[in-house]
Design a protein. Structure first.
Length: 270
């Protein structure tokens, strides 16, 4: 059940630093300390050849997933560069593009850094929803999401790595104690945690991508308390099945959970 009690969300462990980022580590300090690291499925070392483009893609995905809420600071440049395996010069070029687009702003001083700006409110939420729907294949997104989510739940139920059960319980608890305005971020983190614990890096990366698209649509519809309460019951049932190592039950409950989200979106899209 969604409550007003505030609790800290968990963050999956960060990936290690790539060589290029390690060489950059000593190149200048930053006054502000960063917050918790983003999930490894969201920020991954980019491939050579398209460093700028792939860095931009991943930072945009971080923003679209809502893992850094408006008004909060992005992880420090050094930390982001290490996660992505790029130089801080490349990262600063990307942040400059996002600043020019009005998505982030840079602040100097002891408590400075790069801060996420709130999105401009649409005059008509339904118009914004139709615009976003026109940009994606909604049915394909919903089907792909279900395949990835049910697969991840089944793989997790086959057995979790050391520490996996504690991470999963903590992510579930964070959703249960989330404030209404923070619920979607904690919900996203719970599902990303399941994807990462599946043991498949490719599945986790693909899920992060499809979840970003899904959040673009969910952000245009209201948060309904009754729906969130139902989702929480389903979350708890999925986690219980995973911890009981009941793969069939985990997949079936996750399939039901995905179907509920799909029905909600289709209702608002009709």
């Amino acid at each position: 059940m969604v409550t007003t009690r505030r609790t800290d969300g968990t963050r999956p462990e960060a990936v290690g630093a790539a060589p290029e980022a390690a060489r950059e580590e000593a190149a200048g300090g930053e006054a502000a300390e960063s917050g918790s690291a983003p999930p490894a499925s969201v920020l991954r070392p980019v491939r050579a050849g398209n460093g700028f483009e792939e860095t931009l893609e991943q930072v945009l995905q971080l923003l679209r997933l809502g893992l850094v809420p408006p008004g909060d600071r992005l992880p420090a440049e050094r930390e982001l560069a290490q996660h992505l395996g790029v130089s801080r010069v490349t990262l600063r070029e990307v942040l400059k593009v996002l600043q020019d687009q009005g998505m982030v702003e840079s602040r100097r001083g002891r408590y400075g850094g790069t801060f996420v700006l709130p999105r401009a409110a649409a005059a008509d939420g339904s118009d914004e929803l139709r615009r976003r729907v026109a940009a994606v294949d909604v049915e394909d997104t919903l089907r792909f999401r279900e395949v990835l989510e049910t697969g991840a739940a089944g793989l997790c139920a086959d057995g979790l790595a050391d520490g996996g059960a504690a991470r999963l319980r903590a992510a579930l608890e964070a959703t249960q104690g989330a404030r209404l305005e923070d619920y979607r971020r904690q919900d996203t983190l719970l599902h990303l945690t399941l994807a990462e614990l599946s043991g498949s890096r490719s599945l986790a990366a693909q899920y992060a991508s499809v979840r970003a698209t899904l959040n673009e649509l969910l952000d245009c519809i209201p948060l309904l308390v009754r729906n969130l309460e139902h989702s929480q019951q389903q979350h708890a049932a999925v986690v219980e099945a995973v911890l009981d190592r009941d793969a069939e039950a985990a997949r079936e409950m996750m399939r039901e959970h995905c179907a509920g989200t799909a029905a909600l979106l289709r209702g608002f899209l009709a």
